[in-house]
Design a protein around this ligand. Sequence first.
Ligand SMILES: *[C@@H]1O[C@H](CO)[C@@H](O)[C@H](O)[C@H]1NC(C)=O
Length: 196
Amino acid sequence: MDKDRALIICSLSAILYSTIVGSAPAPADVDCSRRQDFNAVRGCCTIPTFHFKAFQKQCGRYMPESGPRVSPCLYDCIFNATGVLTGSEVDAENARSMLKRLLGNNQDFVDVYLDGMLQCPGAVDAMLRSKRPRPMPGVEQCSPVPLYYGICTTKHMFNYCPSSSWSDTELCETARLQNLHCPTMRASRGGGPRPI
Ligand SMILES: *[C@@H]1O[C@H](CO)[C@@H](O)[C@H](O)[C@H]1NC(C)=O
């Protein structure tokens, strides 16, 4: 009798165990050693154009005539103008209004970027700590932190791209799963998408 009961409990545990394990993502399917081809994955998530001109008045001097160029100073200036950071804390309301100005009516993108902003402090801190001591010439007066938020949120956007803007190919899906499940990919700054 006791033997039977033990057997039943044992099989129930096995079923329960496989149910729990089965419902979790399967990182074992993801090949973390496969390198990502930046040019191949850059089109996976179609991001709306950032409307930097919305900050022309305050930050126009960091927007050269020859078209939009991403610089630490431009990001720093926009963060300053909108009060996104209080010390090292992200102000969610100010971040949302900055994103609305940059992205217009793309509500789903505003939401994902905001979510990224709130999750990025750790990654930004890691980038700051691994930064080379000597800054790039000409940008000494600007903090690199806002640009690091740009890099981190771009990666977040890649991983949580609104489905209507996501190119559902095997290549893109593999890159996304790698980002989500491979620790080295998550930490690395290479291979992933670049900031806009
Ligand atoms: C942003 O604000 C900080 C602190 O006031 C200042 O040091 C920095 O120069 C400002 N950045 C820009 C681009 O104006």
